[in-house]
Design a protein around this ligand. Sequence first.
Ligand SMILES: [Zn+2]
Length: 77
Amino acid sequence: MSAMLNTPERRRYNNAHSRIKRAMEEATAASEKEALRQVGRDLSAHHPDDEEDPDCDRCGTPWPCSAAERAMRKVRA
Ligand SMILES: [Zn+2]
């Protein structure tokens, strides 16, 4: 909402969400779609809270937590 929350990590997170959506539309194999769906679920579950120095909503650890980081890397691959 505020500009201070528009950090590179949050942009990376939002971009990962967009790319997953696009990749799912383009995926033809059911197994590929399911794998992408799982990454999307992980990404959504490990969401940053609204603090300037965010923690993960799921883990309670500084965000991006290892699960969010892993999910974002999978999207890029
Ligand atoms: Zn987490």
